[in-house]
Design a binder for this molecule. Sequence first.
Ligand SMILES: Cc1cc2nc3c(=O)[nH]c(=O)nc-3n(C[C@H](O)[C@H](O)[C@H](O)COP(=O)(O)O)c2cc1C
Length: 188
Amino acid sequence: MELDEAIKKRKSTRSFSDKKPDWRDIIECIDAARYAPMAGDIYSLKIILVDEKEKIKKLADASQQDFIAEAHYVVVFCSNPSMTLNAYGERGEMYLKQQAGAAIQNFLLKIEEKGLATCWIGYFVDRIVKEILKIPEDIEVEAFFPVGYESKVIGGKKQKKRKIDIDNILYFNKYKNKKMNPQKTIYT
Ligand SMILES: Cc1cc2nc3c(=O)[nH]c(=O)nc-3n(C[C@H](O)[C@H](O)[C@H](O)COP(=O)(O)O)c2cc1C
């Protein structure tokens, strides 16, 4: 799959089929997270692959989102903040979130390439998630991802992708300026 196709086709899935993905495919998706940029090249992420049904059910409860329990796997992204905070102080807090996002996007694109499906789960009770997975107090839970195959609704309509228009997000040279400076065309 071309990168452009993976970027544009990726979407959140909130209904999973019974078909169980090959765990090796999921490890490949997790592996893609290793290639994300990290401030000072300090790798802050720790990732937990959960395949125990009762733990997955508890994670669904901890986020009050029942569809998570349909998935055979959940991938949990955590940050170990200590080295980044030691190196960058307060600014390190922001770096930790940014680099978690970069690593997660790698993971999501690989999920798309593999024909798997997932949904970013950012709403959960941290304390309960930590209890379920025995995550130490000083480790931050960034987000988690139920992974499976999308359940196809027979006769159901394909959901249309609604994405923001580039005109609404792009400025040139200063905030709110929507006009680009004239560009020189080079003829060869
Ligand atoms: C930081 C973050 C937190 C999110 N948390 C949740 C969540 O708890 N539950 C959920 O169903 N979707 C969650 N989402 C998914 C968004 O709702 C979804 O990405 C958005 O509606 C756009 O749809 P798309 O992913 O299909 O492009 C989250 C996404 C992000 C980036």
